[in-house]
Design a protein around this ligand. Sequence first.
Ligand SMILES: [Zn+2]
Length: 264
Amino acid sequence: MKFITVALPPNLPKRWTKIYQGRVSALSGKVTYKLRSNYLRRNASWNLLKPWLSNLSHGKCWYCEAKSPRSPFDVDHFRPKLAVTIDGKSLGPEFGYYWLSYEWWNFRLSCQRCNRPERIDQQTLRGKWNEFPIQFEDSRSAPVDMAVEHEAPRFLDPMVEADCQLLAYGIDGEVKPSGDIGTWEYQRAKYTIDQLGLNDWNVPEDRRKEWQGLAIIVSLFGDHPPNHIKDHVNRYLQDDQEYSCFFRSAIGTHRDKQWIEAIL
Ligand SMILES: [Zn+2]
């Protein structure tokens, strides 16, 4: 999970302001859950921001850093708009953060693996979908108190730099919590890894294999590689590289070499 930073003002597409104002105004007139739900299902205008969101992450999923050229990304609402579940159980009927449905700062570009629900076995349901547990349930926002800053989400948020640092990357290709077992930070990282399936679908194996090839090159050329080798390794550190956080960490295990230290 690579930190996504948005320079302010956010430089949204020009036509968005008008669309946003129209949607928010119309939504405020839908006074029941059913009316709101129907309206939101018919007016998924957040999809217009996909190219803008994708530019921010160089075409990668904000949660897992995968590129999905053959599968369209979703615009995930970090705080779900129409329903909230905790470990698969509904928080209650007709609750969702509908008032954040069109707020750009609630959008996260997500691959379908990270976002959509997928049952792995009887006990395991992957995907963020409507999941949104928080640390203290009695601090949950409700429409009467629409600020959300006081909530402590269990999901790690790619828009929070400190959250991204709660994940560590092993050269075995696996994503792991960086914090101490038993802490809230550890719980958040573990929950995010499990819920989004960050170590599922053979991704660690693929990462490990690619790193093994790269590690041989790094070792083979020792302390004074030719420039094209430096460029080749450096490519894995670029922002548009798939799983760049993993490769940065793996390449960092060779920082005893001066040229590696210099490109990190
Ligand atoms: Zn993803």
